[in-house]
Ligand binder design. Structure first.
Ligand code: ZN
Length: 293
């Protein structure tokens, strides 16, 4: 079954709803980066948030989520574009821990419990939108609940989860976001809080095979679906782009690469694809840089 995200409204149009399945993307990321079970969960939860945020702003070109925690996994970076293309990586993909006391993957221990979340959105304006908030739990769902309320002034509930099999393949990944529109009645807020409590951990619903639509219907009354968008793993790197990245290193650096190795080998952080730039190509870049001086 392929990955997708849905956008909906509920409670008579009083709440905005998002839900997604990202199992295939997280499996791809696991295979490309060799992520441990704990890191697959951390990265997968972030991928689900990015996928749903990609549906929030009309005409949005691209968004990047960066989570800079103080834990051993390092930074988590996820990119999503308006067409549902998603890519991402973690600084230290192999960091792993035993499950926590609740029997869950210990995302908090890998990510850390202090640090910052940064969100950059390219909305096609002159300056990109930048939002940020502190990490409050290290479990990602709670951190983005805090982010939306603090940074975007939108009271929200975020639930994201990933189920990893014993062989480290991804059994399921997905989640939901519920957002209150301004002036929502206290009655509806109470109702939502109660249904979120009864809903329980999102990972259990994923394990039980709930689709994104079924998750929202279990959470909120009177759901009307507005949009479905397919999601897939995709990276924007190619040989030409890698060459342009190299040319930004500057003439001296490229000349020393040329003398030392006679070529350049570059691995894309996002997809782990390896690129070899030949000596001839390096020499051409040097010539072009020399001419620009
Ligand atoms: Zn790439």
């Amino acid at each position: 079954m392929s990955d997708y995200a849905v956008r909906a409204i509920g409670c008579g149009g009083k709440v905005r709803l998002f839900a997604c399945r990202t199992t295939g993307i997280v499996e791809q990321l696991h295979q490309r980066h060799g992520t441990s079970a704990t890191v697959s969960a951390a990265l997968g939860r972030t991928v689900s948030v990015a996928a749903m945020m990609g549906l929030m702003n009309k005409g949005q070109d691209k968004l990047t989520i960066q989570i800079h925690g103080d834990g051993p996994a390092g930074k988590i970076i996820v990119d999503a574009d308006a067409c549902g293309n998603i890519r991402g990586y973690v600084t230290n993909p192999q960091v792993d821990f035993p499950t926590n006391d609740a029997g869950k993957l210990d995302v908090r221990r890998a990510l850390g419990t202090s640090g910052m979340i940064y969100v950059t959105k390219d909305l096609g304006l002159k300056e990109p939108y930048c939002g940020s908030s502190e990490i409050v739990s290290g479990e990602i769902g709670e951190d983005f609940t805090y982010y939306f309320t603090q940074s975007e002034q939108t009271p929200s509930a975020v639930g994201v989860g990933v189920i990893v099999e014993r062989d480290l393949s991804i059994k399921g990944s997905g989640g939901f976001i519920v957002q209150l529109l301004p002036n929502t009645d206290a009655e509806i807020i109470d109702e939502l809080e109660e249904s979120l409590r009864q809903f329980g951990p999102v990972s259990q619903k994923i394990a039980d095979g709930y689709t994104p639509e079924q998750m929202l219907q279990a959470l909120v009354k009177d759901v009307q679906f507005l949009e479905t968008k397919e999601l897939c793993f995709s990276c924007t790197c190619n040989h030409e782009r890698i060459k342009s990245v190299i040319s930004q290193l500057g003439l001296a650096e490229i000349q020393s690469m040329l003398e030392k190795d006679g070529k350049a080998e570059v691995t894309c952080n996002f997809c782990n694809e390896k690129y070899e730039i030949s000596g001839e190509e390096l020499a051409t870049i040097c010539r072009e840089l020399g001419e620009d001086r």
